[in-house]
Design a protein around this ligand. Sequence first.
Ligand code: ADP
Length: 605
Amino acid sequence: MLRRIVAENGYDHRWSYAVVIVCSLLVSGATAFSAWVMAPMVNEIFYERRGDAIVWICAGFMGAFLVRGFAGYGQAIALATIGNNLVARYQKRIFDHLMKLGVDFFNDTRSGRLAAQMDENVGGIRDLLSLTLISITRDAVTLVGLVGLMVYQDPVLSLSSLLIGPPLIWAVVYITRRVRKINRESVLINSRLSGSVQEATQGIAIVKAFTMEDELARRIGIMADTAEQRSNKIARVSERLSPISDMLAGLAVTAVIAYSGYRALVLGQPPGAVFSFITALILAYDPARRLARMQVTMERALVNARMIYELLDLEPKQGDAPDAVEARITTGEVRFDNVTFGYSADMPVLRDLSFTAAAGKVTAIVGASGAGKSTLVALLQRFYDVDQGSIEVDGQDISKVTKRSLRQSIAYVSQAPYLFEGTIRDNIRYGRLSATDSEIEQAAKQAAADDFIRQQPQGYDTPVGENGATLSGGQRQRVSIARAIVRQAPILLLDEATSALDNEAEARVQEALTHVMEGRTTIVIAHRLSTVVNADRIIVLEEGRLAEEGTHATLMADPHSIYARFHRIQGKKGLGLVDDVKASQTSAQTPASRSRAKKTVRRSA
Ligand code: ADP
């Protein structure tokens, strides 16, 4: 894991690494020097009572600490720079990657949790790198310097004190293994917790309307408690290292004092070397302990890094074919040719569906809820690949052109339009980034949105609330219609709103739509009678099959047609009602799968 992180980012940080290494060597050298100086200090000043030694020994000490201080500063800054840059890099990489993943990934992943996990994971990568770097450069190098000094001063004593190494390593391995699993659980529960908080605040209107506050608070409370327990458990297990390493260090120091005391008293050796040795031993304890602990702390960082790579390694499905070409779409005639498709292999949603949406004409798709209307629209945008058959636009198979060029020739207005963070102008401009301000205002006029936009506090530059919370449903729709107009795409996909807009709002939205449809190949999932009646062609879907096809007049001519039955059931109330009547008869579909289906389309807006 670490090798991969360094391989992917190391080259760009080479100068910072160089600074870290040089500073570490300086820190380590200065530390070893300050331990070494103990020997001449004791021997020259206290044992031999030489006054002149005081000056250079003091100067040496002072110098060593100055070097240590400045080198430590340089090292910390270089490490922080690398760490912060890594965070930014991985944030960008993950977001780029997320944008490449297919809609299916987002159907199965909760967005709040994803954001929270990303946050936590990226921090993990930084910790991983800085922990390893600090340990290897500062602690390991310091340790090597100090142990070298110990061996130089007294090989026999060194050997005996290094005996504590093996049991310490054993303890580290044991503890690391125990915390690994708890760490992953802890990261997951924390991201679930923050994800749920985010979702609860996004859905605050529903939360209040259904008085869900207490229940949600209870659930979040349970998660918070579990997170607390996990963290406590991690602390309990990983802190076991402290008593073990302290005990072992105590043993080593005691043994050294006993043995060297014996040598000084019985054999009369000068004490300088022993002082220097003990100083080195005590100084070595801290980096040694940190190195041991690093393994345990790094476990958590590793868990996070692994989770990031699990995400980054997800292959985007339905990538462009290797020989994909740019689509050249002018009139935008759409042809479905024997298309069969299912979200899972055994459950086809569209079956052997063939129809043509003529260039520049309006084709209305009518059918009960769950019939496959939204799926059809998703397939045309290549959110999923067809299982059999093909979809052609202007005679080009959409699986053989780049997705980008295909989608650039499509403008999409969804049932529940999504507005992004930014101003109203930004939101319209997402239709086509190169649109000028006057094109944007022109589009807003056509979408009957100009008036209300100008009445906003800052006009076109008014920021929209989260998902357009500061605008009414009809206004949001008109902004999204303006976005579709600005796109200047030959194909328009329209999922008509079923939500009850009031009559005036509906009339204005309708008027806006008439403008967009002009001269475009329009495929509309129709819920309104007026749309269907005026459509050039009507496609009636039943359980994913083409049941009937024709114009309003030809379909009504047969009183037994499904289409005619729709009209009899719902009178003049709009086809949305038919959906509901039919839905209650189609028992195969669960509410969850319905909401999933809607989500597919809404997210893509
Ligand atoms: P309609 O738009 O006509 O209401 P849909 O195209 O949304 O119908 O759905 C057709 C069928 O496909 C439904 O049975 C629905 O449950 C299923 N479905 C839709 N989206 C998904 C999805 N992302 N994953 C699995 N099944 C889905």
